[in-house]
Design a protein around this ligand. Sequence first.
Ligand code: UDX
Length: 452
Amino acid sequence: MENQEQRPAGCIVLVPCPFQGHINPMLNLGSILHSKGFSITIAHAKFNSPDPANHPDFTFLPIQDGLSNIKASSLNFISIIRAINDNIELHLPQNLSRMVTDSDQTLCIIYDALMYKAESVAKHLKIPSIIFETSTASLSLVYAQLPGLAADGFIPITESVANDMVPGLQPLRFKDLPIFNFPGYDDLFQLITSTTDIRSSSAIIWNTTECLEQASISKIHEHFQQVSCFAIGPFHKIIPSPSSSLLKENSHCITWLDKQEEKSVIYVSIGSVASMEGGELIEIAWGLANSQQPFLWVIRPGSVCNEEWISQLPENLKEAVSKERGYVVEWAPQREVLAHAAVGAFWSHCGWNSTIESISEGVPLICRPCFGDQRLNARYVSIVWRLGITLEDDKLERKEVEQAVRRLMVDEECEELRQRAKDMKKQIELCIGSNGTSHKSLNDLVAFLVSL
Ligand code: UDX
């Protein structure tokens, strides 16, 4: 690592949001900045705490999260985010005040946009703060336009406009917006407004890159003129960083992949929070079994509503697994899986991390988005980048699954998709290479941090 023996270039406190899809990119960002000579402190909730043993280069600062005071029946994503924010505001200042007094160096807080109260802590301690958006620049543009859409009467979004294009946000339709069909959309709307109010933060960082989002990044620069914007992704390709998985990765699936033919395996995973109905699980299982393609399937504990369905998996799927045409795990080393030569396509819920991890390995996608930014990401994958197909029907049937797998793995169309995915992988490599836009943006970020 660069600058290891020298005095750190500055001290950065990272405040991640305690969910897997947020912890991974934040700790990756920590590794990148550490390699540039900064010392890194992770101020994290006790809930879903990352394992410090995996990250010996970082200092870990646990913060009370107050979740034990909330009734289990009231715990949901939004109540968790709000409780953690309240506790950050309460406890982070005292945790950081010694650092502020002792340090004669640049000290800066970089916080996940969902941990928005970190911004007022930074202001209180008179240290600079930077927002980290874990999703796309396009999502930030959507958030920036939501108040206007609400003022124009489009929110809550009704079924009658679901398929219409959103003014100024083409090719997105109203049904691609995170707020569509969200139970308690007004709570989500308020949360989004809290996270998009950039107040006194001095910069925003995205885990994205120009070759994917050039148009959105340009609009972002216009929209956020008062702050500096840095698109420096994909983080995980910039520097190897240790796993920050909260669940144990089953690495035996790599040994199984080693035995499969090149580009023959469909990898199936719906990330760390999405879930599916038991009926959908059965349709996917039949579709995979009938497609005759080898598959690696992550069935995460808790990812199937009514888990008794799992015992009803079809006999020919069990046969496929026993004949080694399929492999089922509870959690996989996903980045390694996607980089494996045997993987030919990814059936994904299109969380942003999964999407960018797949695209940067040149792996086309079958998109089955669930909520949040996933429908937006799926729209970009299938319509803008044309690196996959999206299955949008509410009710998924086995025939559709089988056809989708065959379209991506064996039909003529798959060659075109694979070529485009390969080309995009090259473009991403150029973006992070020494003359690339992400590389330049990262250097600008480092200079910016040193100048604070
Ligand atoms: C959530 C949201 O759903 C997503 O839309 C948002 O962009 C980030 O927060 P999540 O649903 O977990 O994240 O999806 P995703 O963004 O894809 O992140 C999952 C992470 O877990 C990825 O980095 C992936 O590599 C990792 N993973 C997933 C594993 O390491 N092993 C697995 O078996 C599955």
